[in-house]
Unconditional design. Structure first.
Length: 287
């Protein structure tokens, strides 16, 4: 049985943004599953804490996925320390970037948001593909919460996540024949540093609707990060074989039932973003 049929452990997992929040919960889930995990983050103290708490199965790298030098160093680590083994990539690294009306945004911070959230995701996928092809397959999960609707006052973040959704679908079509399945997920409204940054920005920058919703989320405790972790572990399992190019919700989608509808999901636009035409809503505007 080949190692990369995703039925044997330890598998080799790389998680960007893995030192805290949802990425940290994902790391813990894979460690409990018997896998080896490389956590990548720009926060060294939190990386060290995660390694201490999660144990010897965890490796850490203090780096920035938008920095080409760090990407080269990560590639070298996988080639040497892991002998080229790379089964699952989870791209969880991200920032909100500038909050407030576009006209008031610092454009350098706007570009940084695209660099980390989108180009960092692209760079890590590009890094992973040769290893996964050589190993006979792999799984890639890209975080894209906020990539499916309007987010006024968060234009950099929204644009970066919408880009990730489109990139994910296109890349999945490239890689399906190599048994590499690529999906994007919306992890849900989890109380992480993202929420802290949003609340710190204040209602004037955030906007009334999102501010009120965020205050309530903070009071209620938000969604558990374990929901996203469970979805990602499932996407890395044999049960999810064939699910690719989709945009999935950790909170709302009954993904464990997907194998019963695999052909319909694979051959349709279900769980994809599309342009909605009048005919799709039962309207005939053609005269």
């Amino acid at each position: 049985m080949e190692r990369n049929n995703h039925m044997e452990t330890p598998r080799y997992i790389v998680i960007t943004g893995g030192a805290r929040g949802i990425g940290r919960a994902v790391a813990e889930a894979f460690v409990k599953n018997g896998d080896r995990v490389l956590l990548i983050s720009r926060t060294l103290d939190e990386l060290k804490k995660a390694k201490t708490e999660l144990g010897s199965a965890v490796f850490i790298y203090d780096g920035d996925v938008s920095n080409p030098k760090d990407i080269k160093a990560i590639r070298a680590f996988i080639e040497t320390t892991w002998q080229g083994h790379f089964d699952v990539l989870v791209n969880a690294a991200g920032i909100y970037g500038p909050i407030g009306p576009l006209e008031d945004n610092d454009f350098e911070k706007w570009m940084q948001t695209i660099a980390i959230n989108f180009l960092g995701t692209v760079a890590m996928c590009q890094l992973a593909i040769p290893f996964m092809k050589k190993g006979g397959g792999g799984r890639i999960v890209n975080f894209s919460g906020g990539g499916d609707g309007a987010l006024p006052n968060f234009t950099a973040y929204s644009a970066s996540k919408r880009a990730v959704v489109g990139f994910t679908e296109s890349l999945s079509a490239e890689l399906k024949e190599y048994n590499i399945f690529v999906n994007a997920i919306a992890p849900g409204a989890v109380n992480t540093k993202f929420l802290d940054d949003l609340l710190a920005a204040g209602p004037d920058k955030v906007g009334k609707e999102i501010w009120e919703r965020s205050v309530k989320q903070n009071q209620d405790g938000g969604q558990s990060p374990d929901k996203a972790a469970e979805l990602i572990v499932w996407l890395a399992s044999p049960e999810a074989s064939g699910i690719t190019g989709k945009y999935l919700s950790a909170v709302w989608d009954n993904y464990r039932d997907f194998p019963n509808h695999l052909e319909e999901i694979a051959n349709s636009e279900i769980y994809n973003l599309r342009r909605v035409k009048p005919e799709d809503r039962g309207k005939n505007w053609r005269k």
